[in-house]
Design a protein around this ligand. Structure first.
Ligand SMILES: *Cc1c(COP(=O)(O)O)cnc(C)c1O
Length: 385
């Protein structure tokens, strides 16, 4: 039995007819760039996010960049985020002309550690981007409180957190703006590239809507310098279909995560993800931490199990950001986690048998690789290797 890291096909097959009909409607209406199918999705997605407005754009990266520049962030400003994120979070800061400033993460949730936030605020700081990594929201009450004391904007990077909650409030609805990616592999994935900004700020929403369409409210009358950042019609239609299924898919991911947690609870040398008291985690990624990560991944690959690493190199150690001058040990928690992270197969349609196989093979691999010590005794939950 093969266990892929992600299987987009199995989900597509479950909604094939709905998708075909939705795409046909776009064709029949020739509504290819922006248009009614994007608008319908925006309405539904705003309400899903407990927000007043959603603005569909071309990608999550674009959403982040637009939200920051829409809030007036630019040359000479500093924006605070975490180093263990997908590089797009930081690229968005750079493309506004601002300087990225990192704070280390909490070692259990892998999200921004609010205890370290205030030390990094300077007179140039304009905004904070908490990244809701892997589908679990950052500690938003504390971040919002600090932001409000210092007069800073908060832009949520919710690209991995569609439907995640913080004390019952949805990702994207707490900060000044929330940015989403609909890259195909995300919990809500388009069949191409797409993203969105959600907000309750009327002025920002109007600005974003104009900006993504060359700064025009009326065709060929341009009141500001904008850009072409529209969502395409096919993506709007696909996303409307898929949004209806998202709550069920997120529930399935949570159930899969629970089964992994149960089966791996006795395996002492791996650290399983922790769901904070405040959180409803939607497990975009189910990342464990393991020693000798490369051998671990190879061992599972030999058993037809595919894993990922999100992310092997934290942004402050990426070559692209060498000019910031951060060396090793700048952000010890993020670095330690980056060395140990292994993302196990995770998607809604993963079967219990597949999850059991992954847990069993992890147990067997650790047995083989540690002949003496705490793992020499087989864990009771598993058949002998
Ligand atoms: C996917 C992702 C992005 C970028 O989204 P794209 O749609 O690929 O541009 C940004 N931030 C995080 C945390 C992501 O996971």
């Amino acid at each position: 039995m093969r266990v892929p890291f992600l299987d987009l096909k199995i989900q597509y097959e479950s909604i094939r007819d709905e998708i075909a009909e939705a795409l046909q409607q776009v064709l029949d209406n020739t509504a290819f760039a922006g248009g009614p199918f994007v608008e319908e999705f925006e309405k539904d997605f705003a309400s899903f996010c407990q927000c007043e407005f959603a603005i569909g754009v071309g990608s999550g990266t674009t959403a982040l960049w637009m939200a920051l520049s829409g809030l007036g962030i630019g040359e000479g400003d500093e924006v605070i985020t975490t180093p263990n994120t997908f590089i797009a979070t930081v690229e968005a800061i750079s493309f506004c002309g601002a300087k990225p400033v990192f704070v280390d993460v909490d070692e259990r949730t892998y999200n921004m550690n609010p205890d370290l936030l205030e030390d990094n605020i300077t007179p140039r700081t304009k905004a904070i981007i908490p990244v809701h990594l892997y589908g679990q929201m950052a500690d938003m009450d504390r971040i919002m409180q600090i932001a409000s004391v210092h007069g800073l904007f908060v832009v949520e990077d919710a690209c991995q957190a569609h439907g995640a909650e913080y004390k019952g409030r949805r990702a994207g609805s707490i900060g000044d703006a929330g940015c989403f990616s609909f890259y195909p592999g995300k919990n809500l994935g388009a069949y191409g590239e797409a993203g969105a900004i959600v907000t309750n700020n009327t002025e920002l929403a109007e600005k974003m809507r104009m900006f993504r369409d060359h700064g025009q409210a009326k065709k060929y009358y341009h009141s500001m310098i904008g850009w072409n950042a529209r969502m395409d019609g096919f993506q709007g239609a696909v996303l409307s279909v898929k949004l209806k299924h998202l709550p069920g898919w997120n529930d399935a991911r949570r159930k899969n995560a629970q089964l992994y947690n149960d089966l791996l609870a006795n395996v002492k040398s791996v650290i399983t993800p922790a769901e904070a008291d405040y959180a409803r985690h939607v497990y975009h990624i189910y990342a464990i931490r393991a020693q000798n990560r490369d051998a671990f991944i190879r061992g599972l690959a030999e058993k037809d199990i595919s894993c990922g690493i999100h992310y092997p190199v934290p942004v402050h150690l990426q070559e692209a950001y060498a000019q910031l001058g951060h060396g090793r040990n700048s952000f010890p928690a993020a670095e330690k986690c980056a060395d140990e992270f292994v993302s196990l197969p995770m998607f809604a349609e993963l079967s219990a048998e597949q999850i059991e196989k992954v847990a069993r093979e992890i147990n067997c691999f650790l047995e083989r690789s540690t002949p003496i010590g705490p793992h020499s005794r087989p864990c009771r939950k598993f058949r002998p290797c």
